[in-house]
Ligand binder design. Structure first.
Ligand code: NOJ
Length: 489
């Protein structure tokens, strides 16, 4: 608490020297701020009690060289043991909700529903209870990339049976936690998850090329819809909750030729591939057309993009109660000139890059382009009939600095876009979630990049937490419900 006070006092002195330089500084009434984390990236305790081995345990243990710093999440932030401390930090900063995920293998060690771990259930019940005792609402992701290795051994998301295994797991989660949790997310970022069946960026790290990627996406959409309908029919009448799927949508900007067609194609290939089946029905036309064309030119007899039957199209359509949006960065989009010569270097037929003038971060893929966020919010409003949006992840990576001015600058610029989208453009955004509360294990980048507003000392067995300057900035933003300037150095 002392640390936070010192940071708040020094921050307040500088922050009041300057004031807000644009006309939308205040957040709408009822707007809520929270922070996010996920099980494998923070919990540690990989082999505690009867927890089963998951695909991330397996990947990092069998292929340490796949991770930049050869690290893993065996201990991570040790949040499994330190969750009470994490909850205190949330409370100190003022976050109103915490988005965290449940480790499938902690609940069902083998992945299948015949053996439920009492300890796993108890751990998350205690955690949820601790949140409520501190006035913080739980926002629960059922599945954030980590699934039991036993299921992966049977094909994971390339096996259609995974949809049933997921629904059996979801049934246990809704039964056990639904009475005390109002907001659920079924699956986090299918497009990131499914690169695990295409390349080696995330577990299970099976380089099955672009066949594996689309097969995974297809099964994930089905599994999500099945879990949604299960909740809707069996649990919603008594639990009255809301449920969605977290979709990763990058922003984009037109190239100098004002190429609207390429921009539209990019949106459909990245965001639309998940959002279109859910909000409109079926995959976007351009995605189906391009995949059919490119697959044929590669000698496939059928498109690498599987087809939904009319029954599945209507079953998947409408299966969210809000748009759960994960957003970090944007791309400049242009047509690949090779397409003119019938050469298809990519499924989308596009080239993407990030403008060198956009400030960079410690992640190779993340540059700061706030306009892209504003445009994306308006695009979602236009294309999907102005759904209620929860920003379920947004954040910036650096190298772990305590005086994290660049992170504050990022938040400030992106939140300004959010306020404009709400106030001026009528987007219905009601929650914003910081990724992340803590520095945590960042997939193939290991611990080399930091996203937390709280630093974790990964070299210390106690994993001490230290509030960064951005934590004080957030305390002020949340406390005043008003966007604040970046403190002067
Ligand atoms: C999105 C993912 O959901 C999260 O797990 C990851 O750490 C962040 N992107 C940052 O890379």
């Amino acid at each position: 608490m002392k640390e936070l006070l010192i940071i708040v006092i020094s921050y307040t002195i500088v922050s009041h020297v300057c004031c807000c330089d644009f006309e939308y500084p205040t957040f709408p009434d009822g707007f809520k701020f929270g922070a996010a984390i996920s099980s494998y990236q923070s919990e540690g305790a990989w082999n505690v009690s009867d927890k089963g081995v998951n695909d991330f345990d397996h990947w990092t243990h069998t292929c340490p060289e796949c991770i930049g710093d050869r690290s893993n999440g065996d201990i991570a932030c040790d949040s499994y043991h330190k969750y009470k401390e994490d909850v205190k930090l949330l409370r100190k900063i003022g976050f109103k909700f915490y988005r965290f995920s449940i480790s499938w293998a902690r609940i069902l060690p083998s992945g299948l529903a015949n053996n439920v771990s009492k300890d796993g259930i108890m751990y998350y019940k205690n955690f949820i209870n601790e949140l409520y005792m501190n006035g913080i609402e739980p926002l629960v992701t059922l599945y954030h990339f980590d699934h039991p290795q036993g299921l992966e051994d049977m094909g994971g998301w390339t096996n259609e049976l995974m949809t049933q295994w997921f629904v059996d797991y979801a049934n246990i989660i809704f039964t056990e936690f639904g009475p005390s949790v109002r907001i659920f997310i079924t699956i986090n970022e299918p497009s990131t998850l499914c690169t695990g069946y295409q390349a080696t960026y995330v577990a299970p790290s099976k380089p099955l090329g672009d066949v594996g990627y689309y097969l995974c996406m297809h099964n994930v959409l089905k599994a999500h819809a099945m879990a949604y309908h299960l909740y809707d029919k069996k649990f919603r009448p008594s639990q009255h909750g809301l449920i969605s799927i977290a979709i990763a949508c990058d922003g984009y900007t037109l190239n100098e030729n004002n190429d609207v067609v390429s921009a539209e194609t990019y949106f459909e290939f990245t965001c639309g591939i998940m959002a279109h089946p859910i909000f409109i029905g079926d995959y976007p036309a351009i995605v189906k057309e391009r995949l059919a064309l490119v697959s044929k030119s590669q000698g496939y007899t059928v498109s690498r993009l599987p087809t939904f039957s009319p029954e599945w199209i209507s079953y998947i359509k409408g299966t969210v109660d809000y748009f759960a949006l994960n957003h970090y960065t944007s791309n400049l989009v242009s047509p690949d000139p090779d397409e003119l010569h019938g050469i298809h270097n990519s499924d989308s037929g596009l080239l993407t890059n990030q403008h060198p003038s956009w400030p960079n971060s410690s992640s190779f893929w993340l540059r700061v382009y706030p306009d892209g966020f504003g445009n994306l919010l308006r695009k979602i409003k236009t294309d999907y009939n102005n759904p209620e949006i929860y920003v379920t992840e947004n954040g910036f990576s650096d190298y772990g600095e305590l005086q994290d001015y660049d992170r504050i600058n990022y938040f400030r610029l992106y939140l300004k876009e959010l306020i404009i989208a709400v106030t001026r453009d009528g987007c219905r955004i009601s929650r914003y979630t910081v990724w992340s509360l803590l520095d945590n294990w960042q997939l193939a980048a290991g611990y080399a990049v930091s996203f937390g507003v709280v630093k974790v000392d990964f070299n210390s067995p106690n994993r001490e937490r230290t509030l960064k300057l951005s934590a004080a900035w957030w305390a002020d933003v949340i406390g005043t419900h008003t966007l604040q300037d970046v403190p002067s150095k």
